[in-house]
Design a protein around this ligand. Structure first.
Ligand code: G6P
Length: 381
């Protein structure tokens, strides 16, 4: 059952290993099987009504913690695939400084537990402040949650079930992956209905989504041993910097958050291009830099930012595809992931970072599943 460790030392590790299965379950639920034989149907099936999307001008996403990181990737996908402007707000900030009301706006609450107090209050507020306005301003509330019986699920008009199964480790792993899957589904659903992508392009993306479970399995099978050994080298490390750009900037944030949460090592996630405006001053041989360098629009940029860190003697760890001689030359250590189109890369890039944090914390003998001061679900403000 979900509440047993099944031979894993911690729930977190078990949940990291459940990710290929979670992605498969999401694909089973979100992809429309009819599409395989009939290309005139919508390839995505989220059970959402057309009305939710009619005349859509703006998307605002509200979340906390890891769900907020998934939302940043969601924003990228919605903007780049469906061409709709999207904002991501911390629920705790939104509550006390709600942005001016915009018409025809879809508000998405993203919460694994469906119970996070700040997220629930922010959505409640949005619902109330729009209630008496004219049609164009009426609330359109969508939830992305792992708990279809939660407070969030009752509050919103529609919810996408994350299908991650019970997550026990306080540090979110498989629920993050599931949230990304929900956002791929949503962005493609929007893109299909707004006709912003050609059928060929949709097909290409969907084919690649289907490869993800096997690719995550490959990372788990081939990388864990090496990551565990690498983790042992950081028993005295006090600071870490994670850098990424574009769709993988949120992965840098998530990599840093995982490390902070369970190993209590200070870590910062930064957009690689911003390094020179501050964090580069921190770098020396004692501060390892993890660069997420996935081929695509910003690949060369990230590599050159990584080289700048290397010039300050930082130990450089790269998350990058197998067999890139150029990358292996730059990085001291390489955490390899299968080669994949940039758009799909976050879901692979996060896995070695989860394993790295896990093994650093486990090696330090810390309580990985129940880190100090943290709760799985924060139901107070
Ligand atoms: C807590 C958890 C985090 C989680 C955040 C948001 O801080 O420790 O892992 O990301 O809450 O939780 P939610 O259930 O709203 O996704």
């Amino acid at each position: 059952t979900a509440t047993e460790k099944h031979g894993f030392r911690h729930f977190m590790l078990k949940e990291i290993y459940e990710q290929p299965g979670v992605v498969r379950t999401c694909l089973d639920h979100y992809l429309n099987l009819d599409w395989v034989t009939d290309r005139s149907t919508n390839p995505i099936n989220l059970g959402l009504p057309v009305g939710l999307y009619t005349n859509l001008e703006q998307v605002q996403i509200i979340a906390c913690g890891t769900s907020w990181h998934a939302s940043l990737i969601g924003k990228y996908l919605i903007e780049q695939l469906a061409g709709i402007p999207a904002q991501v707000q911390y629920a705790s900030e939104f509550r006390y400084a709600p942005p001016p009301l915009t018409p025809n706006t879809l508000t998405i609450g993203v919460t694994q537990s469906g119970e996070t107090a700040d997220t629930i209050s922010a959505l409640n507020m949005e619902k109330q402040r729009r209630a008496d306005l004219d049609d164009r301003f009426q609330p359109r509330l969508l939830g992305i949650t792992n708990r279809m019986q939660s407070t969030l699920a009752r509050l919103v008009d529609y919810a996408i079930d994350m299908h991650a199964g019970i997550e026990i480790g306080v540090a979110a792993t498989k629920s993050f992956t599931a949230q990304l899957m929900a956002f791929y589904g949503l962005a493609l659903d929007l893109a299909y209905r707004r006709q912003t992508l050609s059928i060929d392009r949709l097909e290409q993306i969907i084919l690649q989504l289907r490869q993800l479970p096997g690719q995550i399995e490959a990372i788990l099978e081939t990388q864990e041993k090496q990551i565990e050994e690498l983790a042992h080298e950081f028993s005295e490390t006090q600071d870490f910097i994670f850098i990424g750009r574009g769709i993988n900037f949120p992965i840098a944030l998530e990599g840093a958050l995982k490390l902070k949460e369970i190993s209590y090592i200070h870590a910062e996630g930064y957009p690689a291009g911003e390094m020179k405006h501050g964090p580069i001053a921190l770098l020396d041989e004692k501060v390892p830099v993890v660069a997420i360098a996935m081929p695509g629009s910003v690949y060369e940029k990230v590599l050159s930012n990584a080289q700048e860190a290397k010039a300050r003697d930082a130990r450089l760890i790269g998350v990058t595809p197998v067999n890139d001689p150029h990358a292996t030359e730059i990085f001291d250590d390489v955490l390899t992931v299968p080669d994949v189109e940039e758009l799909l890369s976050p879901i692979l890039a996060v896995v070695p970072l989860q394993l790295l944090s896990y093994h650093i914390a486990a090696h330090r003998g810390l309580d990985v599943d129940q880190p100090r001061n943290l709760a799985k679900s924060v139901t107070v403000e």
